[in-house]
Design a protein around this ligand. Sequence first.
Ligand code: HEC
Ligand code: HEC
Length: 253
Amino acid sequence: MRESPASLACLALAFVALAASAQDARKSGSQFMGESTRAMQRDDTQNPGMLWVANGEAAWNAGAKNSCASCHGDAKTSMRGVAARFPAFDKGAGRVITLGQRIEQCRVGKQGRPASKPDTDELLALQSYIALQSRGMPVAPPRDAGTRAAAERGRQLFGQRIGQLNMSCAQCHDANWGRKLAGATIPQGHANAYPIYRLEWQGMGSLQRRLRNCMTGVRAAVPPPDARELVDLEAWLALRAEGMPMESPGVRP
Ligand code: HEC
Ligand code: HEC
């Protein structure tokens, strides 16, 4: 049987509709949480992450002569949209870096301060404060070749089986989201709310801390902080969540 052009057009339309609904099928992690945790994230007066935001604002303004604010001014305007486009290729570094690494570049290079350990409270606070300035804005990973190459490596890692459980990220987050696993609902694994306040941690944590948790969960070796694999995974998660609204600071169980 031969298809008439009209039915082919219908088919094409159906594919477009399917693609659109596949887009809409993306759900933020907050949609998998219980109502009380969602309410905590929604209400800034209840959201413990706002404590880190407040500390971040203080750190932004600290140090009269060479504070972050002395160069960048009001973060509400200068940092608007910045967190939404990290990780990003950095020409100076010659590689893709995370927002945390970008902040560290300024701390060391512009403020002359000693290098910080990853995920210190100060770095998490500054990240939370900067990420808040992108709340509601779409995740917007840069389109340059360097950032895209990292995202492509990250996409491959996402599909690769790892650990003693021999499972890939995709097996949980693409194929089995919505199912229960040891009491937790498996989310789609989007990273649009980081850094997050996690009740289990009793504190703020970075996306890499979350990724380390997932890797440990399948009994895989955990790469050191800011290892290329982790940054590549972050770059893929950003592309995978492109266009979703930023929700930082997120709250998670
Ligand atoms: C065995 C299933 C499983 C595997 C494999 C797994 N995860 Fe997860 N992941 C989870 C569960 C469950 C949670 C949520 C836990 C919770 O909220 O208590 C989660 C949370 C996340 C989140 C946070 C989402 C949010 O809304 O805060 C991200 C991002 C993520 N995973 C990425 C990854 C990556 C990248 C890999 C591969 C390196 C991976 N996961 C492997 C089960 C898995
Ligand atoms: C002496 C001036 C100076 C100080 C102090 C400084 N920065 Fe920067 N910062 C810069 C310059 C210059 C750039 C690069 C601007 C550009 O790329 O357009 C930059 C870039 C950034 C970016 C990336 C912006 C983007 O659009 O990609 C972030 C984030 C940032 N700084 C955070 C901070 C934080 C947080 C502090 C304080 C801990 C700080 N900076 C302190 C000068 C400074």
